[in-house]
Design a protein around this ligand. Structure first.
Ligand SMILES: Cc1cc2nc3c(=O)[nH]c(=O)nc-3n(C[C@H](O)[C@H](O)[C@H](O)COP(=O)(O)OP(=O)(O)OC[C@H]3O[C@@H](n4cnc5c(N)ncnc54)[C@H](O)[C@@H]3O)c2cc1C
Length: 304
């Protein structure tokens, strides 16, 4: 069913969220919208307030595991939100929309001859999702980079006060795979401080990142990338701990731990969120029993 709130935006009901998460898992959203402009977004949020339902913000859904029961409020996907909007200042400050894909961001930086965001080229999320998650990546021997390293500022909609605010780097606490931006902040746009250079240099870096990504990640089946954060102050990564705990190839229902990368949990055959949760519980228990390490999920669970 489609409830039309103006001539452009429609709010649909009982929309399966499987297509809005890279895991391809999730029950229906009671209400769902995919706004393309600020005007449409604000109308959708007015609807949410008027209905008094809770809000789920989704970028490209590449770091979420959505419950089999779905979401009982309004889910807003931002993957169509101003996906091509950008501008460049002469000093290398790149302004982009929060809904832009990270691949597009990297391509713009290549076209404009700006260094600094090549490391996000392969990450299947949006600019907003990458800021909230402080996304990061590095090739062995070539350094490790996080969004915070290039982040200058962002414009957010404060969902409590309904005001647009500009947050600078010092206003946000960035940590490994998280930030102080909470569910009451919606990233509308962001600015990244990049370094002017030759296009070929950016292009070569992007190609090298894709090649390295292809050699380490398992992209044969839907997933949400790394399931657990790497533990602090431990010499082994989560993938290495899970591999040593013999989790590779371990399967529950339609969910399986990758045989290539033990921190990639794959949806190999119509997995339910419950299958993934049970697999995560087994993995955490095994790693805790064998190594005394409590793995912390990187994937965000949407549900009760
Ligand atoms: C194959 C694969 C490879 C991956 N590789 C990497 C990697 O190398 N490095 C890495 O760091 N991550 C990686 N990831 C994880 C994921 O892509 C990143 O965390 C990404 O930044 C999430 O962006 P998203 O738009 O999909 O966010 P979503 O998954 O949609 O959302 C993540 C969180 O951000 C919030 N959010 C999203 N957009 C906004 C917004 N505009 N305003 C406010 N809140 C928002 C959501 O509510 C949610 O809490 C990978 C995932 C996959 C599937």
């Amino acid at each position: 069913m489609s409830l039309r709130i103006d001539s452009k935006t429609s709010i649909r009901t009982e929309v399966p969220l499987t297509s809005y998460s890279t895991f391809k898992i999730g029950g229906p959203a009671r209400f769902f919208a995919e706004p393309r402009t600020r005007e449409e977004l604000f109308q959708v949020l007015e609807f949410q307030k008027a209905e008094g339902v809770s809000l789920l913000i989704l970028g490209r859904g590449s770091n979420v595991l959505i419950s089999d029961d779905g979401f009982s409020g309004l889910a807003v996907s931002l993957r169509q939100f101003e996906p091509d909007q950008f501008s460049v200042d002469p000093d290398g400050l790149l302004h982009v929309s929060g809904g832009m894909s990270l691949f597009r961001l990297a391509m713009i930086s290549q076209e404009e001859g700006l260094r600094g965001v090549e490391f996000v080229c392969h990450i299947p999320g949006t600019v907003g999702g990458a800021i909230v998650m402080n996304a990061g990546f590095g090739r062995r021997g070539h350094g490790y980079f996080e969004i915070k390293d290039v982040f200058e500022s962002c414009a957010i909609l404060d969902l409590n006060s309904n005001q647009i605010k500009v947050l600078r780097k010092q206003d946000i606490r960035f940590e490994y795979r998280s930030s102080s931006l909470g569910s009451n902040h919606l990233v509308l746009e962001a600015a990244f401080r990049l370094t002017p250079t030759r296009r070929e240099i950016v292009e070569a870096e992007i190609k090298a990142n894709f090649a390295y990504r292809n050699s380490v990640q398992d992209l044969r089946f839907p997933s949400a990338g790394s399931t657990f954060k790497n533990p602090k102050d431990h010499p082994l990564t989560s993938g290495e701990l899970l591999e040593r705990a013999k989790m590779k190839g371990f399967r529950i229902g339609g969910a399986m731990v990758s045989e290539r990368h033990a921190n990639f949990f794959l949806n190999v055959d119509h997995a339910r969120a419950q299958d993934v949760l049970e697999l995560m519980a087994v993995a955490r228990n095994r790693v805790f029993e064998e190594f005394g390490v409590q793995l912390e999920p990187e994937v965000r669970y949407v549900g009760s």
